[in-house]
Design a protein around this ligand. Sequence first.
Ligand code: PEP
Length: 251
Amino acid sequence: MTRRLLIAGNWKMNLSLTASIELAEGLKKVAAGINNLDIAVCPPSIYVQPVAAVLKGSNIGVGAQNVYFEQEGAFTGEISVGMLKDVGCQYVILGHSERRHILGESSELVNLKTHAALAAGLIPIVCVGELLKERETGTTEQVIQRQIDGSFSGVSAEDIRKCVIAYEPVWAIGTGKVATPDQAEDVHVAIRKMIEKNYNKEVAEIVRIQYGGSVNDKNAKEILAKPNVDGALVGGASLKVDPFLGIIKSV
Ligand code: PEP
């Protein structure tokens, strides 16, 4: 089974409007003609529209870093899946650890957002991952099982094929402490087994599982060579053209 890899950049709350457009223009130029994988960037929501305008017709997709599950109404500060579609979004990151741990987002909320994203035709990139103390106490798989069960509750076998799961050990995000390729592969295999248990083997073989956590142009090749690692969700190293291109080229 060959799954198409996805390298996605999570720009988080970084860059100005000018810098976002320059980065998108730079990436569009250097990534032109690369078609052996999927590429996406996820700017801050307010820059999604101008970045999508730059990348229109290119081989780089655009995603948001969050969305609300309601269609419209009195939800001050939130944006809907329809609004994201309107401005050219194809992906949306859901349940990133910074949202789970800083903003208190639960798997139940991630689940509502996952359903809303799928119904709108957005590809959800659903993040899961353990804290350092959870890894140290040997509860990584239990934690991830809970996040997977909660985040995908009620999602059909047909729909979960369209989702991307990002395994992001919290201790590796923005810390420079990347998981070893074997540590990543072990958890990816475990996640695939969870999907098989909740759905079936065929679906488990189709669903893409990215790794995220301090991926850069130097360590990407070894991690991405693992058979169950289907791409990377990249934070810091996605903020400049050269390191992000280096990761893309290491596929
Ligand atoms: C992320 O934000 O999803 C991430 C993995 O960040 P970094 O690559 O900076 O660790």
